[in-house]
Design a protein around this ligand. Structure first.
Ligand SMILES: NC(=O)c1ccc[n+]([C@@H]2O[C@H](COP(=O)([O-])OP(=O)(O)OC[C@H]3O[C@@H](n4cnc5c(N)ncnc54)[C@H](O)[C@@H]3O)[C@@H](O)[C@H]2O)c1
Ligand SMILES: O[C@H]1[C@H](O)[C@@H](O)[C@H](O)[C@@H](O)[C@H]1O
Length: 331
């Protein structure tokens, strides 16, 4: 069986996912796309064989050729499209964040629980990155003993002004929030946020998260680092540490220096993770299994922690994270 996928939002990520579904993921066919920018949608449809650019996102969700929906539109639009997909009984892979507000995520959890089926996946693709997977395997094997501290660095070359302040957390640091929960298999219970020099934009922040079992997680998130895309991580355990650097393919020696080039954005760095994420989603749908990767609960929990961080940033106080009871669907 081939899974027909419809994509809502054909910007940077939607067009990258379209390219993967059309050429690098087996068992899938890109059948329909929608974007409020109709020219952009038409260009993506034209580059992917028989996909049609539709005039309405709800029409796309209900289209007979769409077995599953991929939401890659801007963050505040996710909730409505995920709810409409659940109402139509169709699996939906939603780019992160599931929704930028806790209330939005709770509405999605309620709708999915009422449907009685696991339909929602969230695009926290780092769970599929070979380096992070290796890190988790090492931690779970006991080689470095129990986890104590997770240090994370997340730098973007640049970001639009709208990404500053709270969005730095809900749009960017949310990756590390999910990563910490997944890697440590633990929930985050409290958060504090610090900023160097009281700049107006807050485009660099240090988040300190406390896990339920007492692991500390520090995240430097800097969305305007200028020099390139740079994501790093070190997990310190009682008997050793494991660290993850930017993947070096080649080392360049010239003009009195030796070094590696950094990508301009996330697409080259996480290319393999995006491919594996989509392949796993399609394989599971073809085999009638629950969708893998991050689920609705993970999406909700990441946003709840992110919003606690936003409150910590705004009030300059440590914030406790209070999660709702976990619905049985996610047990
Ligand atoms: N997993 C990752 O590493 C990763 C990387 C980048 C972006 N993202 C997420 O993917 C999503 C898209 O990000 P992007 O970088 O591609 O942004 P983008 O601005 O390039 O694309 C967003 C697209 O959504 C469209 N859009 C806006 N409102 C819409 C609506 N109501 N209906 C349909 N289309 C609408 C816009 O016209 C645009 O084409 C965001 O949620 C972002 O957080 C995830
Ligand atoms: O939407 C993007 C995306 O999620 C990237 O993976 C992340 O590095 C950026 O900070 C964010 O703005």
């Amino acid at each position: 069986m081939t899974v027909g996928v419809g994509i809502i939002g054909t910007g940077v990520m939607g067009s990258d996912h379209a390219r993967l579904l059309a050429g690098a993921v087996s068992g899938a066919a890109l059948t329909a796309v929608f974007d409020v920018d109709q020219q952009r949608a038409a260009a993506v449809a034209g580059s992917a064989g028989s996909a049609r650019a539709l005039a309405d996102p709800i029409e796309l969700i209900h289209d007979d050729a769409v077995d599953a929906v991929l939401v890659a539109s801007s963050d505040p639009t996710h909730e409505a499209f995920v709810l409409a997909s659940i109402a139509a009984g169709k699996p939906v892979l939603c780019e992160k964040p599931l929704a930028p507000t806790v209330d939005g995520c709770l509405r999605i959890l309620d709708a999915e629980a009422a449907s009685g089926r696991r339909l929602v996946s969230v695009g926290f693709m780092r769970r599929y990155d070979p380096g992070y997977v290796d890190m988790k395997t090492i931690l779970d094997s006991g080689e470095i003993g129990a986890a104590l501290v997770l240090h994370c660095v997340h730098r973007n070359a640049s970001a639009p002004a709208s990404r500053f302040r709270g969005d730095v957390i809900t749009n960017s640091a949310v990756h590390e929030i999910d990563l910490a929960r997944w890697l440590l298999d633990d929930e985050i219970v409290a958060a504090s946020v610090y900023t160097p020099r009281a700049g107006a934009t807050r485009d660099i922040q240090i988040l300190v998260l406390e896990s339920a079992t007492g692991v500390l997680v520090d995240i430097e998130v800097f969305v305007n680092a200028r020099y390139g895309y740079d994501v790093r991580c070190e997990l310190v355990g009682e008997e050793g540490s494991v660290s993850l650097d930017a993947a070096p393919a080649t080392e360049l020696r010239r003009a009195g220096m030796a070094g590696r080039r950094l990508p301009g954005d996330w697409r080259p760095r996480f290319a393999e993770a995006y491919r594996r994420e989509l392949q796993d989603w399609i394989e599971r749908l073809r085999n009638n299994r629950n969708p893998g990767g991050a689920d609705g609960w993970d999406g909700y929990s990441a946003t709840a922690v992110a919003q606690a961080c936003v409150a910590a940033l705004e009030t300059n106080t440590r914030q406790e994270v209070k999660l709702t009871a976990k619905p049985h669907l996610y047990a």
